[in-house]
Write a protein that binds this ligand. Structure first.
Ligand code: CA
Ligand code: CA
Length: 218
């Protein structure tokens, strides 16, 4: 069977499986010849892409599935790695459910203006949910300029929250502070990556009105 026909067949097959199981409607896409560059995920052997995709869709902690037809290998990518980029390689099919796209914007803005800019971009200031995601975001920066991300303790001092587009309660529970941070110096309420010394580039609380580069996600 030709590759293109095979893919159409698989997608149709996938939709049939979805309908049969009445899986809740999700925003997903299927991409041919694309795989996750970092397969920090569970590998299982399944007979086809449909089963791989269905396994991911029925797992609340799965954000994407990579499938390699030639080895029948299914890789399930968990939520903590949703930010990860994909690369092109023949023979892979990726089901992307809720992949986070992150981008750095290098024209400095205040934290609030950065938040507004991210909103207009269709996203929000970036959040961090795992050590690997933190490292991924650090790699986006040139590590010379501070960079805003989406945390603030502006409502209750010392209680850090991710500022989401819905303003819902989103308490930060895992922190990557640099030494002596947060120090709330002159009422600093906004979260940034900050170069503390020659080797440390970590979280710090900063004055929200300072203009920094920023990372958005959507
Ligand atoms: Ca503060
Ligand atoms: Ca500080």
């Amino acid at each position: 069977m030709q590759k293109s026909i095979w893919l159409i067949y698989q997608i149709l097959n996938l939709k049939i499986v979805f309908n049969a199981c009445e899986i809740r409607k999700q925003n997903y896409e299927v991409v041919q010849n694309t795989k996750f560059s970092s397969l920090s995920s569970n590998k299982i052997v399944l007979k086809n892409f449909s089963y791989c995709a269905l396994t991911c869709l029925s797992d609340g902690n799965c954000c994407a599935a990579s499938y390699l037809e030639s080895f029948r290998e299914c890789y399930l990518v968990d939520n903590d790695n949703c930010y990860d980029s994909t690369e092109t390689e023949n023979g892979w099919v990726v089901l992307r459910i809720k992949l986070l796209t992150k981008s750095i914007f290098t024209v400095p803005k205040t934290w609030i203006d950065a938040q507004d800019y991210c909103d207009s971009w269709g996203g929000r200031l970036a959040t961090v949910s795992s050590p690997s995601e933190n490292e991924y975001m650090l790699d986006m920066t040139d590590r010379t300029q501070p960079v805003w991300i989406g945390g603030t303790d502006g409502l209750i001092e010392g209680q850090w929250k991710w500022h989401t587009s819905t303003n819902s309660e989103n308490l930060i529970t895992k922190f990557y502070w640099g030494s002596n941070q947060p120090n709330n110096y002159n009422n600093q309420d906004c979260l940034a990556y900050y170069k503390l010394n020659a080797i440390e580039y970590k979280w710090a609380d900063e004055d929200c009105n300072t203009m920094y580069q920023f990372i958005c996600e959507k």
